[in-house]
Design a protein around this ligand. Sequence first.
Ligand SMILES: [Zn+2]
Length: 102
Amino acid sequence: MKTIREQKWATTAKRGCDACRCGSTAGDHLEFATLQADWGPSSQHDGEKYEVRLCESCFFGTLGYVKQLRRSHVMFEDDYDPSADARLGLIVENGNHDEDKT
Ligand SMILES: [Zn+2]
């Protein structure tokens, strides 16, 4: 009997990446990122939930877009630090968690 998590992973493996539809497995492990949203009452999309699975390539393409979007919003601020954009979202590197890397 498969656990709910195993069933979810099997479904994900069959579905692949939601952007390019490639399988994103490495051995027995799935390698994918999840983009999620659960919009509340004060949003325009109240009651909608999203879950998009991305392979490594599509994840970093999406992250690159987010970095560009961020840069367009903050690049003219006095305290803008472009070096911070390079590590946007990175919270663990080489197995080491660092709060300052967010
Ligand atoms: Zn993909």
